[in-house]
Design a protein around this ligand. Structure first.
Ligand code: SF4
Length: 212
């Protein structure tokens, strides 16, 4: 029997990083199922092909699980971990990114992976790491109570967006030139249309009696 207090609309873990970067980007992918292959996505795919061997391998005397399916009934999320290292102190998720670090967006994705691992392994997962291909460095992320709370809030916001099938308008700001969906999103056109609609609406505001 299903537990009525558990979330029924499942959220993909990958949506969390997208939403943190731009809610519209997340909606285009997860509400409208949009995908645009370009230089950003191809770099990411090449990086993941190198790590997604989908089997376990011994790495410096430590077992690493690759492409590990993840889920959490409690938070209603699911996805896949690029790699989970099995340290003496417990599982340690590692996410691979082809570029360099741009803010905390991937931290939320990694934190959601840790929430899944805690539920799956019935243990505490205090930290993990993001490997950035552009700098060839690992960045360690501590899963603090604040980061966990922010991640849970993002999951709730995505769930509301999916339930309402809502696609936010384009902010058309400094995020757009680096966005993999710029060609399908067309933020300049969308932002301009919204501005035009506002101007058109203002043209047809009826005059109050006595204004004429
Ligand atoms: S192009 Fe800009 S507005 Fe559109 S999804 Fe990307 S970041 Fe968001």
């Amino acid at each position: 029997m299903t537990n009525p207090s558990l979330p029924t609309e499942l959220v993909m873990i990958s949506a969390i990083e997208h939403y943190s970067y731009c809610p519209r980007q997340s909606a285009l992918i997860h509400v409208e199922q949009t995908y645009d292959e370009n230089i950003f996505t191809m770099r990411g795919m090449r990086m993941h092909e190198r790590v997604d061997s989908a089997d376990s391998a011994a790495n410096r005397g430590m077992t690493t699980l690759r492409a590990l399916p993840l889920w959490s009934d409690r938070y209603g999320i699911h996805g896949k971990a690029d790699a989970v290292e099995l340290h003496d102190h417990g599982p340690y998720p590692v996410e691979y990114k082809s570029g360099k670090r741009h803010g905390p967006h991937a931290d939320y994705q990694l934190c959601a992976q840790a929430l899944c691992l805690e539920e799956m392994f019935q243990t505490v997962v205090p930290r993990g790491a993001i490997y950035y291909g552009a700098t060839r460095r690992r960045y360690e992320v501590q899963f603090t109570a604040v980061l966990q709370q922010q991640t849970i809030q993002i999951i709730a916001a995505i769930r509301a967006m999916l339930t309402q099938q809502h696609v936010p308008t384009a902010p058309n700001d400094e995020r757009c030139p680096n966005c993999s969906l710029i060609n399908v999103c067309m933020p300049f056109v969308v932002a301009e249309s919204a501005r035009l609609r506002g101007l058109q609406g203002a043209l047809f505001i009826p005059l109050e009696a006595g204004d004429a």
